[in-house]
Design a protein around this ligand. Structure first.
Ligand SMILES: O=C(O)CCC(=O)C(=O)O
Ligand SMILES: [Fe+2]
Length: 329
């Protein structure tokens, strides 16, 4: 079941209760739970646990009706009122066609002017130009991925999100995560140098955050959100190095089913490609947040998923990604 093992196995498969919370979390579909549990008993009448669940659901329905507790929390972005695009993209039903000329997309070896990459060019696949999203294949080795997961494992804690001026646990981000400093291990340091080489950006503190290692268990997900701050009060500004200009996200594991990264407005999703690193700019060159980068980590349906995030900030990049007054850039 992976590290997100807060779920109660049986009930998680049926999808309503979240053991991490003391209360019912209000997903609310108790009558559906009851129907499925009764159907289950039809096949396995002696199952004590499901028998107990049936009694529990019947009691809950009698006392509370079908909606119990508070409504599900959602990220605070108005665009999310319509979840259809997200759900379709996660199910692989969304349009995946690139609006750009196919000749501008595709694969290339990149040295990016870096002596480091001269020896081993990056295998870049350009997925979209607006927003600019590229995938670097074989960015880490299997051994490096294992080392990073092993280093993070003991430190994993339920993930939080920036909410107003605070950070909090929310139902729309179900995962565990840990932060790794580059001093934690030579492998972390090596990955940071590699990320600096492919992006051409300055990743030294405080120009980038520590490496955030994230583990999603079954059903783990992160609903559509922006990585950059959309409010000046966001805790992201506490680093005093501006907003998050870009994201590098490394896929540290494969996933048996689900778990793609969906870009809602760009209308496509990136399947989990083990050992690859995804890069995109969150901000436009004039410093405004790029609304086209709304993205999500789709629910993991089988297996578990590990990623590592590097969030790079605006300051330090002034000469590496010069600004522009043209709002289209
Ligand atoms: O897990 C993913 O595919 C996306 C994760 C993400 O967007 C994040 O951690 O900010
Ligand atoms: Fe994100």
């Amino acid at each position: 079941m992976g590290w997100d093992g807060d779920w109660d196995g049986m009930e998680m498969e049926m999808g309503w209760r979240w053991e991490g919370d003391e209360d019912w979390n209000g997903a609310g579909n108790i009558s559906h739970a009851l129907t499925l549990s009764r159907e289950f008993l039809h096949y396995d009448p002696s199952n004590q646990r499901v028998t107990r669940n049936v009694a529990k659901y019947e009691k809950l329905l009698a006392t509370h009706g079908d909606r119990v507790g508070r409504p599900l929390q959602r990220p605070n972005v108005t665009q999310l009122q319509n979840r259809d695009a997200y759900e379709e993209l996660c199910q692989g039903l969304g349009a995946q066609m690139a609006p750009e000329q196919p000749s501008q997309l595709g694969c290339s070896y990149e040295t990016n002017g870096s002596p480091y990459l001269l020896l081993q060019p990056a295998k870049k696949e350009t997925l979209r130009l607006q927003p600019y999203i590229v995938l670097y294949h074989d960015f880490v080795s299997d051994a490096e991925a294992e080392t990073i997961k092993g280093l993070a494992g003991p430190w994993l804690q339920r993930s939080v999100v920036a909410s107003g001026e605070k950070q909090q646990k929310v139902e729309y981000r179900i995962s565990k995560s840990a932060w790794l400093k580059d001093t934690a291990d030579p492998v972390v340091r090596a990955l940071e140098l590699r990320m600096a080489a492919i992006t051409g950006l300055d990743l030294r503190p405080p120009y980038a955050e520590y490496l955030q290692v994230v583990n999603y268990g079954l059903g783990g997900h992160y609903e559509p959100h922006f990585d950059h701050a959309t409010s000046r009060k966001s805790p992201l500004y506490r680093m005093k190095s501006g907003n998050r200009i870009a994201t590098v996200m490394i896929y540290l594991s494969a996933v048996e089913a689900g778990g793609s990264t969906a870009f809602i407005y760009a209308n496509f999703s990136v399947p989990v490609v083990k050992n690859a690193a995804l890069f995109w700019w969150n901000l436009r060159r004039n410093g405004d947040g790029d609304g086209d980068t709304l993205h999500a980590g789709c629910p993991v349906l089988a297996g578990d998923k590990w990623v590592a995030n590097k969030w790079i900030h605006e300051y330090g990049q002034e000469f590496r990604r010069p600004c522009s007054r043209d709002p289209r850039d």
